[in-house]
Design a protein around this ligand. Structure first.
Ligand SMILES: [Zn+2]
Length: 368
């Protein structure tokens, strides 16, 4: 039978042994550490954040994204906390943090949304009608919605319209998230497909994001009755070209936001068209927003200075797993791979020539 030893006796014995070991250690030269050659060399830590001492602690470890690169400085992103990626360059990180969205009234609380450099470029672009000509998976829908939240918090009376082609797409990509996001933001409510941001007791100064769909020609008129501070077409190639043209004409600025817009020095109205390449509006979008040479017989009033585009690729989105290209895009045809991997908007020419490259196959020279 095992002999019973009281716990107090065990504890006292251990303390005696620990004390003896300490005494030995004090009497001897420091023991050399074992060689660490077998261990991998640790990753160098990213540079410290600048400017926002109250930002969430930076995680240490191999959390630098293997694929994504910051479009401003071309350096990699690192994981800043459980949810967010931030550029490893201090100056870029500061710009991201300056645009971060937190709960209302909490200037240093947890970050709800940390815009990527791409999303800041889209928001700050002075181009009134801007196409974000993207690859697949560049976080366009989420970024579009949160940039609208940011504007609504900034501009009292802002009136935005967020559109998807069909109601099902609207529900899946936006509406299912709006209630929880409004609650997290603290100064917003969500009801009847509308997110409302309060700007004090005057309800006339509330900023609102209405959402809707526009699949067929009969859907267009319901969006023409108001004037908008901003219209956002999510997955723009899926809309009818005529829907884009007609609704864009209503983004002239809402009267409710006019005073704040002037005070802040912002343009009165704008459109943002987020899209992958490849749908029924692609030719029209390429002509008006990329090549800027639409048919003048159809668009005699077209003003090229009002239109532009930003190209984005998978590298812009560190929220994608580094293996995304291999796992999600590997089964595509050559043309569709070019569209979704590189955001190649030239590939509609690839309906005839799959190896089309505008840099090779287009020339400005007059024919001989
Ligand atoms: Zn950067």
């Amino acid at each position: 039978m095992a002999k019973f030893i009281p716990w107090k006796a065990i504890k006292a014995k251990r303390e005696r042994e620990r004390g003896a070991a300490s005494a030995v250690a004090l009497d001897t030269e420091p023991v050399a550490r074992p060689a660490r050659d077998a261990r991998p060399t640790p990753e160098p830590l990213p540079p410290p954040l600048v400017g926002d001492a109250l930002a969430p602690a930076v995680h240490r470890g191999p959390l630098v994204h293997a694929v994504s690169r910051c479009r401003w400085c071309h350096q990699p992103f690192r994981k800043m906390d459980e949810k967010h990626w931030i550029c490893t360059t201090g100056e870029c990180a500061d710009r991201q943090l300056a645009a971060a969205m937190r709960k209302a009234g909490h200037s240093s609380g947890p970050i709800l949304f940390l815009p990527l450099p791409l999303q800041i470029d889209i928001d700050e672009s002075p181009v009134p009608h801007l196409l974000i000509a993207g690859a697949a998976g560049v976080s366009k829908s989420v970024g579009a919605r949160w940039c609208l939240y940011r504007r609504c918090r900034l501009v009292p009376g802002y009136r935005a319209l967020l559109l998807r082609c069909t109601y099902g797409e609207l529900e899946k990509n936006h509406l299912q998230f709006c209630g929880a996001e409004a609650k997290a933001l603290g100064d917003a409510t969500y009801k009847n497909r509308t997110v409302t941001f309060s700007h004090g007791d005057d309800e006339g100064l509330d900023a609102k994001i209405f959402s809707g769909y526009c699949d067929v020609a009969a859907d267009i008129p319901q969006h023409l009755g108001a004037e908008w501070s901003e219209v956002c077409f999510d997955e723009a190639v899926t809309f009818l070209p005529d829907a884009i043209n007609q609704i864009t004409s209503r983004a002239r600025g809402a009267a409710t936001a006019r005073a704040a817009i002037e005070r802040l020095g912002l343009p009165p109205g704008r459109t943002r068209l987020f899209s992958n390449p490849g749908g029924r509006a692609m030719r029209a979008l390429v002509a008006a927003y990329i090549k800027k040479n639409p048919d003048r017989d159809l668009f005699p009033q077209y003003d090229a200075s009002q239109y532009g585009h930003i190209s984005c690729t998978l590298e812009d989105n560190p929220y994608l797993d580094p293996s995304y290209e291999q796992t999600a895009l590997s089964g595509l045809s050559a043309a569709r791979y070019q569209q979704l991997r590189f955001g190649s908007w030239d590939i509609y020419a690839g309906m005839f020539f799959e190896n089309w490259d505008s840099a090779i196959h287009l020339t400005t020279a007059e024919p001989a």
